[in-house]
Each structure stands twice: as structure tokens, then as C-alpha cells.
Ligand binder design. Structure first.
Ligand SMILES: C[S@@+](CC[C@H](N)C(=O)[O-])C[C@H]1O[C@@H](n2cnc3c(N)ncnc32)[C@H](O)[C@@H]1O
Length: 274
């Protein structure tokens, strides 16, 4: 049976279509760049530059885990790295294949299920780390890296701030660090870029307010006016899910401030011992 599309995957596909950006990662907002939707591609380009600036000298082979639309893989290939990529989402894999061409080694699977005889110099997780169970991420890194190979993670983690975060996602930062301490990896560098990435949430919040809320309200009006009984029934059947969606997207709480409270965004370079 074909696997169901999860709501998180749906969010990524929607992001790719709605924003029409080449990347699915956050932007890296520096003071000289105004926080506007028009500037998002430039902020994402800065993120990519910042990220790739952490690739150590001597790396030749890269496994891009969770490659999204394949843009980062494409840039790496153009820079002369030998790249393979992993992509479990059907729709994103289609987009990545289109971009990277038939000769590119694109594996349509999850990292957990990926098997290869090859050993890589670097495993890259550009905002994909949060989707992969911690234990599996380390086990696969150990199996797929050459001795002395590197892992580069750029992603957000959950802080232990009290309260109910309106923004989901991310591994628990403390649990990640505790798990890492048990692994044969040294931390080469760890840069906290929460302040540079949090502004993305203000952008998302504005988008939701300006676009998604009016569309939702108009659809609600149409359904309740034209199909009152059916909309009451659907509203009752899906009441919990709708309440969750309203809380998540329409409560005006998905802000940069909330992000900086509940998340901590890091660019971490690890080196496998031995
Ligand atoms: C936020 S997107 C980031 C895409 C891309 N790396 C970028 O920087 O634009 C997250 C990516 O992780 C992938 N992903 C989700 N679960 C995964 C898993 N278990 N194994 C590998 N990749 C996964 C998604 O399909 C998607 O491509």
C-alpha cells in the first residue's frame, strides 16, 4: 500500500509551492536585510552560504540527507563535491529529480531505511535533522561515514521553556546533547543562530494573517451559508483537529519571539572519532 502523506510533509510541499523558493530551509536574516517576503530567497541564499562555509577542508563525498527540492545538492555538485541525496517525500523527490537530472544518485527513502556500501566524508542535515529519530541518526552516521568523517547539522531544537509552544518540531536540545555525549563524535563547532533565524516566524505569521486567515474565513462562510447541516456535522466530526489547526496557525502566536523562546537553532559540526 502507498504510504500516507503526513501533515508535516504536506506543510513542506505547500511551502515549496506557495513560496516558490528554491529552498525549504529558513532564511538567515542579517541587520542589512529587510524582513520581507521578497527578500526571503536572498536570506535563504545567505543561510546556504553560511552552512556550506562549515564544510571542512578535504571533504569530497557528501550525503545530503533530506534534500528538499535538491537546491543545496545542486550547489554542492557545482562546487565539485561528489553528492548523493536522500529524499523520502514523493513530491519533493519529483522536484529534486527534475532539478538534479537522471544521472544524480537520489535515493527515494528515509535515512533510517537507507542502505549503501559507500562511505561518505560528510553527512549533511540542512533542516532535516528534526525529522529523524536521534538513535537512528547516530547509528546511520556511524555506518555511513568514513573514519574521521563529519556530520553537519543545521536545525532547530526544543528548549525547556515552560508553556505550550505554538511552533512544533525539533528534537529536545538537552536530550540531543545527552545522546551525543554517548556517541563517538567530537564537537568541532556549535554556533547558535536563533537570533538570525527567528525572524522567519514573523514572516510566516504575517503570511498567515494576510493570506491564509482570509481564505479560511471565506471558505467557512461559503460552507456554513450554503451547506449549514453538512458544515455543522463536519465541524463536530473534526472539532479536535480544527481546534488544533486554529491554535497552530490562526492564533497569531507563531512569532519570532515565540520561536526564540521555545526553539534554539544551531549549526553543529561533528567529527567521528577514529
Ligand atoms: C525542511 S526540509 C529541508 C530541505 C533541504 N535540506 C533544504 O535545506 O532546503 C526537510 C527535509 O527532510 C526530509 N525528511 C523528512 N523525514 C526524513 C527522514 N526520515 N529521512 C531523511 N529525510 C527526511 C524531507 O523530505 C525534506 O526534504
Amino acid at each position: 500500500m502507498t504510504k500516507k502523506v503526513s501533515s508535516r510533509e504536506m506543510g513542506l510541499v505547500l511551502g515549496a509551492r506557495l513560496l516558490r523558493t528554491q529552498d525549504l530551509h529558513y532564511g538567515y536574516w542579517e541587520p542589512d536585510l529587510a524582513l520581507t517576503l521578497a527578500n526571503l530567497p536572498q536570506a535563504q541564499e545567505r543561510y546556504t552560504k553560511f552552512l556550506l562555509g562549515h564544510i571542512p577542508q578535504g571533504v569530497r563525498t557528501v550525503l545530503d540527507v533530506g534534500c528538499g527540492t535538491g537546491h543545496v545538492s545542486q550547489i554542492l555538485t557545482q562546487k565539485g563535491y561528489q553528492v548523493e541525496a536522500i529524499s523520502p517525500s514523493r513530491e519533493l523527490t519529483r522536484l529534486a529529480r527534475e532539478r538534479l537530472g537522471p544521472g544524480f544518485a537520489l535515493h527515494a527513502t528515509t535515512l533510517e531505511e537507507f542502505r549503501s556500501e559507500k562511505r561518505f566524508d560528510l553527512l549533511l542535515f540542512s533542516e532535516s535533522y528534526q525529522y529523524i529519530p536521534l538513535a537512528a541518526s547516530f547509528a546511520q552516521a556511524r555506518a555511513l561515514l568514513k573514519p574521521g568523517g563529519h556530520v553537519l547539522i543545521c536545525d532547530f531544537f526544543r528548549t525547556d521553556a515552560p508553556g505550550d509552544s505554538p511552533i512544533k518540531g525539533g528534537h529536545d536540545w538537552r536530550k540531543f546533547q545527552a545522546a551525543l555525549a554517548e556517541q563517538p563524535f567530537d564537537v568541532v563547532s556549535d554556533t547558535d543562530i536563533t537570533a538570525k533565524t527567528a525572524p522567519n516566524m514573523d514572516l510566516v505569521n504575517t503570511l498567515l494573517g494576510d493570506f491564509a486567515v482570509p481564505v479560511w474565513e471565506a471558505a467557512e462562510y461559503y460552507l456554513t451559508q450554503n451547506y449549514p447541516r453538512m458544515s455543522r456535522l463536519l465541524g463536530w466530526m473534526f472539532r479536535k483537529r480544527l481546534a488544533r489547526l486554529r491554535h497552530k496557525y490562526f492564533s497569531n502566536q507563531r512569532t519570532g519571539k515565540a520561536f526564540a523562546t521555545y526553539k534554539t537553532y544551531h549549526c553543529i559540526l561533528l567529527r567521528m572519532k577514529g
